[in-house]
Write a protein that binds this ligand. Structure first.
Ligand SMILES: [Zn+2]
Ligand SMILES: [Zn+2]
Length: 154
């Protein structure tokens, strides 16, 4: 099973709800006789810990989202900004538009740039790719749907 950032965020929400429940329970004042210790000291502390846990879980979700960026698997070279504009010479691919040059990938070597787009061809086949490859794909795909993935909160 793979844990997703959304699952961690759901756990954070539960911890937050628990903290609120504990605080609500503590708000009901019992009959504390003068000189007796407040029986809710530990419970209030627990609520504070739950609030901290909420924050930590949200941080973990953000960190996880960062590490789970999917690498692009396209195996043809593109300029990250212009797409299919590379001219390959002596093992180096150079963009005809901006001059960006990169070693020409060996056949079958994946791109590895973060996936930011989902492309669905007219037959319904879904391919995920980086911004550079989407530009290249746009130039050659007829009738495909291009969807930008909202990486921030999914
Ligand atoms: Zn370029
Ligand atoms: Zn790519």
């Amino acid at each position: 099973m793979t844990v997703t950032p959304a699952q961690l965020r759901a756990l954070a929400s539960r911890a937050e709800a628990l903290a609120a429940e504990v605080r609500a329970a503590c708000a009901i004042t019992p009959d504390v006789h003068p000189g007796e210790a407040d029986p809710f000291v530990a419970a209030r502390q627990a609520a504070d810990w739950l609030t901290r846990a909420t924050d930590d879980l949200r941080h973990a979700a953000t960190d996880l989202a960062r590490t789970q960026v999917e690498p692009c698997a396209m195996a043809w070279a593109v300029c990250p900004e212009h797409g299919n504009t590379l001219t390959s010479m002596a093992g180096v691919s150079t963009c005809r538009v901006c001059g960006h040059s990169t070693p020409t990938p060996r056949p079958g070597e994946p791109c590895g740039a973060p996936v930011t787009w989902k492309v669905i061809d007219p037959a319904g086949t879904e391919t995920r790719m980086c911004a550079g490859h989407v530009l290249g794909a746009r130039a050659v795909s007829q009738g495909a749907t291009f969807i930008h993935l909202d990486q921030a909160l999914t």
